[in-house]
Design a protein around this ligand. Structure first.
Ligand code: ZN
Length: 64
């Protein structure tokens, strides 16, 4: 029940930090805030966010 659990990097066992990152997907570029490991640089994209954004881009392409 959401007691502030933080995601940690599976490799480094340290808390992830939020970072604005640029993505390119299917030729579309957009930026969003993702969780990133400050040590190894591994980026974790919440499934929810990925699904929403990716679906948005796919719809944009389908409109053409
Ligand atoms: Zn790491």
């Amino acid at each position: 029940m959401g007691d502030g659990k933080k995601l940690t990097c599976g490799a480094c066992c340290i808390p992830l930090t939020e970072e604005k990152t640029h993505f390119s997907y299917l030729g579309h570029a957009f930026s969003t805030t993702v969780l990133r490991c400050p040590s190894c640089g591994q980026v974790f994209i919440p499934e929810e966010l990925a699904r929403g954004r990716m679906a948005e881009v796919e719809q944009t392409l389908e409109d053409k």
